[in-house]
Design a protein around this ligand. Structure first.
Ligand SMILES: [Zn+2]
Length: 125
């Protein structure tokens, strides 16, 4: 018995298990097409989550800016480092999220570019 990662959810499962006990993916009759559809769904979910993360990060940045405005009494006084640290972290996180989003979109583009893409796969991308 060995430990493999589920093709659908990537969690660690036993290679002998008939189905994944996390997502219910059937390990037995997996065709290449099934696998592609699962990967397409995963990619779609990843892109969705990354989009949400980028909105969250933008919100944090705006909050940091608001904090700076509040601490500097409308930009008339010096403010502490707190707001700058928050804005800096948000800016870095934004770059990371955008980079990951770019990579996921490239993957999706590559999948869409495949000639014989089934209808099922197209629906899930
Ligand atoms: Zn699974």
């Amino acid at each position: 018995m060995s430990i493999i990662s589920c093709p659908a959810c990537n969690k660690q499962i036993s290679s002998r298990a008939p189905l994944c006990n996390y997502c219910g993916f059937q390990m037995g009759e997996v065709t290449e097409q099934d696998l592609e559809i699962f990967q397409a769904r995963k990619l779609r979910d990843t892109i969705y989550r990354l989009n949400m993360a980028s909105y969250l990060v933008i919100t944090v940045f705006i909050a940091g800016f608001g904090w700076y405005w509040w601490e500097s009494k409308g930009f008339s006084q010096a403010s502490g480092m707190g707001p700058f640290i928050l804005m800096g972290l948000a800016a870095m996180a934004y770059l990371v999220v955008r980079g990951m989003l770019f990579r996921s979109r490239q993957q999706r583009k590559a999948m869409r570019a495949k000639k014989q893409m089934s209808k099922d796969l197209r629906r899930n991308l």
